[in-house]
Write a protein that binds this ligand. Sequence first.
Ligand code: 13P
Length: 243
Amino acid sequence: MAKLIVANWKSNPNTLREAVKLAKASDFKNAIIAPPYPYLESVGRILKRAALGAQDAFYKGGPFTGEVSPDQLKNLKVKYVILGHSERRRYLDETDELINQKVKTALRAGLKVILCIGEDKAIHRQGPAAIKRFLSNQLKKDLHKVQGTRYRVQNLLIVYEPIWAISTEKGSKPDTPAQAAKIIAYLKWLLAKSYELRAIKVLYGGSVTSRNAKSFLARSEIDGALVGGASLKPGEIKKIKGL
Ligand code: 13P
């Protein structure tokens, strides 16, 4: 099955001109381009092969200054939304409870949700059992009552993104493909067992570049990659996809 590459531009670039250039260089099948809100419409007009994604969504529209609702995104032709990214959990104090509400309303609005989970360095140091315990707990809260047709769970994707592996973290390095594959296999087992989610895609994120993408994507357990820093270089998505 074709692997998915999600380009998370985070709060980059600074100008629409650069965003347009980057979008043109990143427009490939099975890629999802997630620019900042102000560029969504222009980038959406450029993309012919890749799908348009957003980096967050609030759980409703109305009197919520500064927020953007799932319906507004849908109406801009956004197909995917990243929720629960560790940077939002950390810098904006997003709780699992808030993320759970966002997951539910985004799914109900018909968006495909890319839910990010992952442990920090302190938990990572405690070893596999602690990592699995943490991830299972995070999923339990983020997916609270998300089962059932009401929420179109078939539109849910998970990203295992260990925080310590994100390129902008001090002293970061990518997880090993073998270790990431093991955790992802565990997550798939857990999703099937506890949530009846059997065909769900689970991606890896954290310092994926054109230099190491092949080793992650070659693993059958890993269904794709969430790419931050490297996705800002025109030409990288093409190389990551091996084109
Ligand atoms: P990097 O690819 O820069 O490590 O970022 C990962 C990430 O946070 C993607 O959402």
